[in-house]
Write a protein of this length. Structure first.
Lengths: 219, 219
DNA sequence: GCTATTCTAAGACAC
DNA sequence: GCTATTAGAGGGAAC
């Protein structure tokens, strides 16, 4: 419980702004680190070449962050290998976990400002070919991964259906109960008056509400 | 960090004994509560009757704890309805969760001293027919429950197999590596001495270990 | 026999 | 788009 506002709940715009600026700077600093200290170093003094076309004009960011030697042109022409995936996409499409994606050594990733808001947590971008390699090793094969993905989809669908059915059943149950209750409420209960003398000499009782008459032995 | 032993790490038998006694008493107290305040009250002033055979000689514990009217004889003759299950059995056999079993209102249970040790957590005993009713409602039907149980069994088996296969593969990999390493180790590395003058006027170098000789340009 | 811990998954929410 | 939270599941350890 830290509150330095002397008991007042002030939330003036200036303070909020400052807080935002602070957060924004922090995110920026985190991103900057990756440029200063690339996790992968290349020993060779020669100029590295694009592994696709051999040009020396390779993408330095890809080299530093992913240890991947590729030029801009090849990168754009082969998105099935060199496009970037957000962490969320990696989790959804390749069924990787938080822990696996968190580790920079295990799964290199490039930090970018969050497109929604610069104060939000940085976006983490992974190289598709590295993600695929890792995922296929993790799940056994590309097909096994697909199978697991389908399995989870089916599971989810089943759950949704079940919930829906349950809701329906519950609704029916309550409707039935309500109908039953109404019937019970509507069911007429005779309200008989005092015993009178009937035409045949027997006693009779008449319902005040519907006129229904019963014969009774005594009156 | 509570340590009232003045810096010394004493663990004399007397103290341990006292601690045990305290725990034992606590467990006993917990169990006693259920006898004092049965969660279910019966309104009728008449003597309740066994729902199986009609005798008035019903089991009072079953009545108080489970709200179940049954005599000792019937209880023992129909274990498929009246036998008791531990919490662990309920979880394993009927796939109920901790939260569901914890609630005395939802799932009445009888506390008994832990058979392993009286200082251990009390044993929680549930009435089979109540557990079955709840579980079947939860899973949809008796068959659906069985199906889910089989599904989990299969899942577990699959996981175990996968792990085993993985282990085997890993072993093979390491064995191969070891073999490869050994070969590499056994592979002879020539250790040449100083350059001598050869018969043909060229320089020569001889391996100390196997005598293999190479010619060199200069010496 | 039970609980505490760890890991995973998923929907909701704030960032 | 990410993280914090919640709930469930499973294997092992201490009670």
């Amino acid at each position: 419980m830290v509150n330095t506002k002397g008991g007042f709940l002030v939330e003036d715009g200036k303070e909020v702004d400052e807080d935002m600026r602070r957060k924004e700077k922090e995110r920026e600093r985190q991103r900057a680190v990756q440029s200063l200290e690339p996790p992968i170093f290349l020993e060779s003094e020669r100029n590295p070449k694009c592994q696709e076309c051999g040009t020396v004009d390779i993408d330095q960011t890809y080299r530093k962050v992913f240890g991947c030697l590729v030029c801009n042109k090849c990168k754009n022409e082969k998105p099935e290998r060199y496009s970037l995936l957000t962490k969320t996409e990696c989790k959804e499409d390749y069924l990787l976990t938080d822990a696996e994606l968190r580790d920079q050594e295990l799964m290199p990733h490039l930090l970018k400002a969050n497109p929604h808001k610069s104060t939000f947590a940085n976006m983490m971008l992974f190289l598709r070919c590295q993600v695929e390699e890792f995922a296929w090793k993790k799940w056994g094969s590309s097909e096994a991964l697909d199978a697991e993905w389908e399995r989870r989809m089916a599971e989810k669908k089943k759950k949704k259906n079940k919930k829906f059915e349950e809701g329906l059943r519950e609704l029916r149950r309550r409707t039935r109960e309500t109908v039953w209750q109404r019937r019970k409420d509507e069911e007429h209960k005779h309200v008989f008056g005092v015993t009178e003398k009937g035409a045949n000499g027997m006693g009779k009782q008449v319902c005040h509400e519907c006129g229904f008459t019963i014969e009774v032995e005594e009156f």
